[in-house]
Every structure is written in C-alpha cells, then in structure tokens.
Design a protein around this ligand. Structure first.
Ligand code: PGA
Length: 252
C-alpha cells in the first residue's frame, strides 16, 4: 500500500523555448536510474511540444498548468484535454492559487476542470490552500475542507493514481516562507481523513497529497518524511536544474 512519491515542477510563466529544452534535458538526466519515485514537469503551454520531444522515452511525465473541460468549441484562451493528450501530457495542474486569486477561478469552475481532465484520461493535480488571513483567523481546516469537497464534488475516483491533490498554503507560495513540517503534516492528515470520509478507504489511503509552497533543496527531505506528505509541487526551485535535481533526489 505504498504511495509512490511524486515530485512535480511548476514552471509557471517562465522559460523561453531554448531554456525549456535545456531544463527538461537536465531533468531527464537527473531521473536516470530512479525507480522509487515519479517526476513531472509542467512547462508553459507554448513549450509543451518542445519539452515533449525531450522527455519522450524517459520516465519524466509531462503536465499542463491548466486544462479546460470541453472537447472543443468557442472557449477563447482555453486548451482542451484532448489537445494536451496529443502533446503527450498525462497530468494537469488545476485550481492553483494563482488561478484562483489573479484570474478569479472559483471552486465550481475548478471542479469542472477536474471532471474534464479525468474524462479525457488526464490526471488532475487539484491545488488548495488557505491565505495568511484565513490561517491567522483560525479558518485553515474549514477552508481546506471547503476547497477539497467542492473541487471533488461529484468526482468518483476508481484508480487512486488518477487523482492527485496538492496542499499549497497561499502564504508559502513564492515567499520563501515554507510551512513547518508539523503545519504541513497537520493539514495533510486532515485532508487524508476527509478523503477517507468521501471515498472507499483503500482508494483514499492511496491517493497522493503533495505539499507546495517554497519547497527547496534544503527543506524537501524533512517535509517528505512526514507520513501524509506524498510529494512536492515545486515552483521557483524547479526552474534551476541543480536545485530541482536535489529535490528529485530527496532522502526520506
Ligand atoms: P514556489 O511555488 O515553490 O515557488 O513557492 C509553488 C507553486 O506555486 O506551486
């Protein structure tokens, strides 16, 4: 019943094509010989085709940073799951706090994205997390429960590997302020118990919950040692080949 750790790199709106090619090449090299963990990278949409060529035949999985729920149609600015599949994407980040806060995506929309991804065979990484004001107001667990329940509303999970969650406290993203291992584990354990109440136990126990928010080469080991932290969603430190390599090689 071991959950296979997943190290995921979110490149956000960074990298030229040349930079993307070089970084993806470094990630492929860093993963050689690793069989006890999974590694995924999410370049910007414009670099997906380029990175797909680099990771082809390697164990590095390709992801998109968002995904629409419709097969095709008049959805200006959106990308359909089938289009992503065609490029070799098998995962998509959904509900990232930057989508929620800057672009106004709400729980209902995010739920549609989760459903759409699953319908087309793409594994969603559903992100959720509290703001600093919510933490300081003692609302952390209520916010996590609301976001997870709403994001997964009506979603049945047949195969635990087909659904990934990511706890990303908003105050820890891009700030250099990581949640302590204890804070992160407390949130992950809470979400694990929530999943156990929503899904069959064997499935809920197997679903991976990643931690994200200023993960770096210095804190990754301690975070991933926590019993309910099953991987990391890494922003800034995934853009530097040497730091992401060290994160990929985390030691539990
Ligand atoms: P960060 O970003 O590692 O730069 O904090 C994490 C994320 O936004 O997924």
């Amino acid at each position: 019943m071991q959950r296979i750790p997943l190290i995921a790199g979110n490149w956000k709106m960074y990298t030229s094509l040349a930079e993307a090619r070089a970084l993806a090449g470094a990630v492929v090299s860093a993963c050689k010989g690793l069989s006890d963990r999974e590694v995924m990278i999410a370049p910007p949409f414009t670099a997906l085709a380029t990175v797909a060529e680099v990771v082809k035949g390697s164990q590095v999985r390709l992801a998109a940073q968002n995904v629409c729920w419709e097969e095709q149609g008049a959805f200006t600015g959106e990308i359909a799951p089938g289009m992503l599949r065609e490029l070799g994407c098998s995962m998509a980040i959904v509900g990232h706090s930057e989508r929620r806060q800057i672009f106004g995506e709400n729980d209902a929309l995010i739920n549609q994205r989760v459903a759409g991804a699953l319908r087309f065979g793409i594994t969603p990484i559903l992100c959720f997390g509290e703001t600093l004001a919510e933490r300081e107001g003692g609302q952390t667990m209520a916010v996590l429960e609301r976001q997870v329940r709403a994001g997964l509303a009506g979603i049945s999970v047949g195969e635990p590997a087909s659904m990934v969650l990511a706890y990303e406290p908003v105050w820890a993203i891009g700030t250099g302020k990581t949640a302590t291992e204890e804070q992160a584990q407390e949130a992950h354990e809470f979400v694990r118990n929530l999943l156990l109440s929503m899904y069959e136990k064997s499935i809920a126990r197997q679903m991976r919950i990643l931690y994200g928010g200023s993960v770096n080469s210095g804190n990754v080991d301690a975070l991933l040692r926590q019993p309910d932290i099953d991987g990391a969603l890494v922003g800034g430190a995934s853009l530097k080949a040497d730091s992401f390599e060290r994160i990929i090689h985390f030691r539990q």
